[in-house]
Ligand binder design. Structure first.
Ligand code: ZN
Length: 533
């Protein structure tokens, strides 16, 4: 019975949705490092419970004639080897690094057996500015009790790597996988010769660290050393005009006013969870598996990094756009996952919430794979309108999700730009309609500040080719032409619902090829639908 339970626990999460996959990951972990147990002696020093060796000594005092940190450390170790439980010829210790700081010098050492490093071992010697050792930290392991240790691995590094890969069932790219032969002291088996392997993988997401027995290939220890956490943020969803169901300028309150905020606009903020933020060097960052917020273009508005994961700002603060971008791009990627599609090519998508030197426009830059949003000053920052963010994200889908993109150049007078714009408006509108089933038909109302030349209607009765305006090299009409396509797709949405229409939208990217014109783009929906549903 004992063996069946862990197996069931492992199989059960597979039937859950992909969206919950993040929560499965702890099941891959196996934490097995033996803790070092200490007690405090009568002099207030921390000593090893087992051997009595000194572990932490805040009252150390050792003065040497030497000036050089390396020499001071060696004469200290020779003199004090007994109390710290080191071997008599000091062949179990190597100095790895010396760091100088305004307060003095720190000597960092590591423990060795048979000239092979022992994992999770540090010995720190602090030397003050008068060249006196006044503090030590000893995390060396009591390896003497294990006697003579095997130093030749029975299984190869490659076999160990295969074991680790199979354990994770990796899909997609592995960024790097350095390996090292070490000794590892586990809770269940004690000291063993082991392969230490690090695998940074996209799926399952993590920076995995393995210790695999070099004697029998048993997985001793697995952890994800990448740290991520959920936080919270305040956003517009999708923008203050749609959520309040008012036109631009309503009550002289729902307006831009040079970036100022007021009670109307503050009232439209909603608190949301920001998933899988990165926690690095004591700070939470808007950096996750699907979105990395970065300041790449002028103007240089700092991206917030906080000691608590609560990104709560009003629209008059520079940080607000960064939170909008993180939340909406992360959500758009998770939507694709939820529909059963792979998003490897869209992972870690970068976005600059305030770019383009403040130009009142937004772009996805295919060659560099990032989104940049302009505006500011007398214009609304476009990052304040989720319509614009989802629209630009759809352009990223176009270039990253369609496998034929980037193989050639665009032929002249193709209708493809109009197809792209129609699809991008569809993706933004499909999301918005899921939130507001009766108030979804106007695209970019807040970002476009109600200007009829900038906002677009997605529910018009337009027909191809009657309403199609031929685009020249200047491509004047791609956005208005796109409305033929987006309106048709939103009609399908009305008949078949969001789930199917979003799936068709994604699926069609796989068969369009690089330059679909309007008619084939739309016609491809039919075979996809017939085969798929
Ligand atoms: Zn566009």
């Amino acid at each position: 019975m004992k063996k069946i339970l862990p197996l069931l626990l492992f199989v059960l999460p597979i039937i859950l949705t992909i969206a919950q996959k993040v929560e499965e990951l702890p099941m891959l972990k196996k934490l097995n490092l033996k803790p070092i147990e200490t007690i405090i002696d009568e002099q207030g020093r921390k000593i090893d419970k087992e051997t009595g060796a000194l572990r932490i000594n805040r009252n150390e005092y050792f003065k040497s004639e030497a000036e050089d940190a390396n020499e001071i450390a060696w004469s200290f170790l020779q003199t004090k080897q007994e109390v710290y439980g080191l071997s008599h010829n000091l062949n179990d210790i190597k100095i790895k690094r010396i760091v100088e700081s305004p307060a003095g010098k720190y000597v960092y050492c590591r423990q060795y057996v048979n000239d092979i490093p022992v994992s999770a071992t540090n010995f720190i010697i602090y030397i003050n500015k008068k060249n006196i050792v006044t503090y030590t930290l000893n995390e060396f392991r009591n390896v003497a009790k294990y006697g003579d240790m095997e130093s030749n691995p029975s299984i190869t590094e490659n076999t160990a790597l295969t074991i680790a890969n199979e354990y994770l069932s990796i899909n997609g790219a592995i960024i790097d996988n350095p390996t090292e032969l070490v000794y590892f002291e586990s809770m269940d088996k004690g000291l063993e010769l082991a392969w230490k392997i690090n695998i940074a993988s996209m799926d399952p997401m993590g920076d995995w660290q393995f210790f695999i027995s070099a004697e029998d290939g048993n997985i001793i220890h697995v952890e994800d050393i990448n740290i991520s956490a959920n936080g919270s943020g305040k956003i517009f969803n999708p923008n203050p005009l749609v959520s309040a169901n008012v036109p631009y300028g309503y009550n002289n309150c729902y307006l831009h006013n040079n970036g100022a905020t007021n009670s109307c606009l503050d009232g439209q903020l909603v608190q949301v969870t920001l998933q899988d933020l990165t926690y690095e060097n004591g700070l939470y960052k808007l950096k996750g598996p699907y979105c990395v917020v970065q300041d790449m273009e002028p103007p240089n508005v700092p991206i917030p990094e906080l000691s608590t994961p609560n990104f709560h700002y009003n629209r008059d603060q520079g940080e607000f756009g960064a939170v909008m971008c993180y939340y909406h791009i992360d959500l758009a990627a998770r939507r694709i996952l939820e529909l059963g599609y792979n998003v490897d090519s869209l992972k870690y998508l970068r976005v600059d919430p305030h770019g383009r030197e403040g130009q009142y426009n937004a772009f996805y830059i295919p060659s560099k794979n990032y989104i940049t949003l302009g505006g500011g000053g007398k214009y609304v920052y476009l990052a304040e309108d989720a319509d614009i963010i989802w629209h630009e994200y759809a352009h990223a889908i176009w270039y990253r999700f369609n496998p034929t993109q980037g193989t050639g150049s665009m032929p002249i007078r193709t209708e493809t730009p109009s197809v792209k714009e129609g699809l991008a408006d569809y993706w933004a509108t499909s999301y918005k309609r899921s939130l507001y089933p009766n108030n979804w038909a106007t695209y970019g109302l807040w970002g476009g500040m109600g200007d009829s030349t900038l906002i677009r209607q997605i529910d018009l009765d337009l027909v191809y080719p009657d309403n199609y305006q031929v685009d020249g090299v200047m491509r004047m009409y791609e956005h208005s032409n796109g409305q033929i396509l987006s309106a048709a797709l939103m009609k399908i949405w009305g008949d078949l619902g969001r789930e199917i229409t979003d799936k068709l939208f994604l699926e069609a990217h796989l068969i369009w090829g690089e330059h679909p014109d309007m008619r084939p783009a739309m016609c491809f929906y039919k075979p996809v639908k017939n085969d798929y549903f």
